[in-house]
Design a protein around this ligand. Structure first.
Ligand code: NIG
Ligand code: FE
Length: 406
């Protein structure tokens, strides 16, 4: 029998996690052609059928789908390390925001930044994510808070993603906070959001989803309802920040609006959990590095949500104020420690769970035949070590569309 030519053979994996039930448990090799996974099985079987143009020795490591980060704020110009000391002195996150720090200090820097400089910063954020195994992501604007600065943020984010080869699902987050100039008249900002910003973003076709921060000191449920209705009417998918500190109806609204996801959920009540379980559609976005970073004592009820059958993902929430990490392996570690997820649940949350929440599960988040050949070799002996260590990067090889990255 003649051998079929193909792009790449990955071999000598400790195991291959594909999330495809047809993959044999003892699979240690995988074949890629034209950027897609075409077969998974034993090395002997693969070599008996295929003639690869190149080979990658996984050296006994764990082969997994490339990570998908479904909640990222990559468009910021500088970090906010000074707030770390303020918090150590007991000043809380919402108090820092009230004083004009927090999100609004990032807004000042993004508004001031030259487009070219901002582009370099965002590209560096995507590179940091990629080094930690993220091969596709969602990305939010939200540090512009004016039509001009939000459009600039979305434009720069897409340019950065294209330049770095990071498949991006863009989300407009003009409703992150009320900007200083509209503090006295928040309804005016809501008008601008609904009648100027959302339509402009739609017209330019530079975001597929819209997001809002529903929280005391940000947007209340009534304001959020108006924003979400308008966004839906314009054809945006909804991804929502809610129940981070206070339960003010955000989860219930997200379910009612059939949002793709509602993220944070540290303050989720039993009735909120029930609403999510009943919906079965709206994903719970678990961001377990955030309460760690903010020194919060409460966590999202991750385990309970999963037990109740709520679809979920685990994400970094990479941003300068509440989660300054680009690393999904780190987020997985915190998901295991603080949310009591198993290794398998944590890995699922940063791969297929995340891809499903973004509607890209045909191509991303798994390694079944036909999937994009975005995969990682992790220096881990088995699945149970995923999220076990922290403070070190387990990613030793990143493969994108069958091309091994340097
Ligand atoms: O997801 N909670 C609201 N927004 C971001 C934090 C933004 C910031 O502090 O800069 C979050 O945690
Ligand atoms: Fe966020």
């Amino acid at each position: 029998m003649s051998l079929k030519p193909c792009q790449l053979l990955v071999f000598h994996a400790g195991s291959v996690i594909t999330w495809d039930s047809a993959t044999p448990a003892q699979a240690d090799a995988l074949i890629v052609d034209q950027g897609k996974v075409v077969a998974v099985g034993s090395e002997a079987e693969m070599r008996a059928a295929w003639s690869p143009a190149s080979e990658l020795n996984a050296e006994g490591g764990l082969v997994v789908p490339g990570f998908v980060d479904a909640h990222v704020h990559p468009v910021f110009a500088v970090g906010r390390a000074e707030e770390f000391d303020w918090r150590a002195e007991g000043v809380e996150y919402l108090e820092i925001a009230k004083r004009g720090g927090g999100i609004l200090s990032s807004v000042r820097h993004v508004r001031e930044a030259e487009e070219e400089d901002l582009l370099m910063k965002v590209r560096s954020h995507f590179r940091r994510m990629r080094r930690h195994g993220t091969t596709a992501c969602e990305g939010k604007s939200g540090y512009g808070l004016s039509t001009e600065a939000e459009l600039k943020s979305l434009r720069v984010m897409q340019q950065a993603a294209d330049a770095e080869g990071m498949p991006l699902s863009a989300t407009f987050l003009g409703a992150h906070m009320f900007p200083l100039e509209h503090r006295e008249n928040p309804e005016r900002y809501l008008d601008i959001l609904c009648e100027e910003m959302l339509p402009a973003v739609k017209e330019q076709g530079i975001a597929r989803a819209a997001d809002i921060f529903i929280e005391e000191g940000a947007f209340n449920a009534t304001q959020a309802r108006r924003y979400c209705e308008r966004a839906k009417e314009l054809g945006f998918a909804l991804r929502i920040h809610a129940d981070q500190f206070h339960e003010i109806g955000g989860t219930q609204l997200a379910v009612e609006m059939e949002a793709e996801c509602v993220d944070h959920l540290e303050a989720l009540s039993d009735s909120g959990l029930e609403a999510l379980a009943l919906s079965g559609k709206t994903f719970a976005g678990l961001l377990p590095t955030v309460p760690h970073f903010l020194r919060q004592k409460i966590d999202a009820p991750g385990k309970k949500l999963i037990q109740a059958g709520v679809p979920y993902f685990v994400a970094t929430d990479f941003n300068p104020g509440s989660s300054y990490t680009p690393s999904l392996p780190e987020a997985a570690h915190f998901a295991r420690i603080r949310l009591n997820l198993s290794a398998e649940q944590a890995l699922f949350g940063v791969t297929l769970g995340a891809a499903r929440s973004l509607g890209v599960e045909a191509q991303k988040g798994h390694l079944g035949p036909g999937a994009d050949a975005d995969l990682l070799v992790l220096d881990l002996p088995d699945l149970y070590h995923f999220g076990y260590a922290f403070g070190e990067n387990p990613v030793v090889k990143v493969v994108v569309a069958g091309e091994v990255q340097q």
